[in-house]
Design a protein around this ligand. Sequence first.
Ligand code: DX5
Ligand code: ZN
Length: 218
Amino acid sequence: MAHLIAPSILSADFANLQRDIEMINRSQADWFHVDVMDGVFVPNISFGMPVISAVKKHATKPLDVHLMIVDPDRYIPAFKKSGADILTVHAEACTHLHRTIQYIKQEGMKAGVVINPHTPVSALREIANDIDLLLVMSVNPGFGGQSFIERSLAKIGEAKAMREATGASYLIEVDGGVSLHNYRQIVEAGADVLVAGNAVFGAADPTATIATLKNYEL
Ligand code: DX5
Ligand code: ZN
C-alpha cells in the first residue's frame, strides 16, 4: 500500500483556515490530522469541537483526530458529532484502554491508540487486534515544529513486527518532526501514514511539499 499523508492543521493559519483546508482538499494529501490539546495531558491548548465542526464543513477527506486530553471517554460521542472519522487516544491517558477502544468503535469511528516516546510498543500487544491505527509519537506531544526523536524509527519496526506476530491489521502512523529530510527513512521503517505540520505549512509551496512526501516509493 502506498503510504498516506495527513497534514496537521495545528500548523495552518487559523485566520485563513478555510483557505488552508481547501489547499489540502486539492492536494495529494489523504487525511486531515486534527490535534486536540487540553492543557492538562499536554502543556498546551489547541482547539475543540466548534473548530472541528467548522473544519468538517469544508474538508473532503477524513478527519484523523488526535486527542491529547485526559479522560477522553467523556467526549467520544461529542467528537463523533463534530465529524471525527478516526479517533485516536493516548495509551497514557486511558486507564481502561480496551473499553475506550470499544466505545470509539461503537460510536461509528475507527479507533486509534497513540504512544508517547517513553511508552513501549509492547504496551499495546493485548489490544493489537482491536485497533485500526497505532500512532507512534516521534516527539513529546504538545507542539508542532519539534525535532524527530531517532529512536522512533526502531519503534516503527517494532509496531510492524507486532502486527505480523499478532495477525493484526492496524495502520502505523508517525507524528512529530516528519520532514523532507527524514520522510524516506520513516516510510522505509514501515510507516503507513505520515503526519506533517511544520514541513507542510512552513513550506513556500505546501501543495508541492505534500506531493513530494506522498510520491516516495519503496
Ligand atoms: C504534536 C502534534 C503533532 C504536530 C506535528 O503534539 O501531535 O500532530 O502537529 O507537527 P510537526 O509536523 O510540525 O512536528
Ligand atoms: Zn498529532
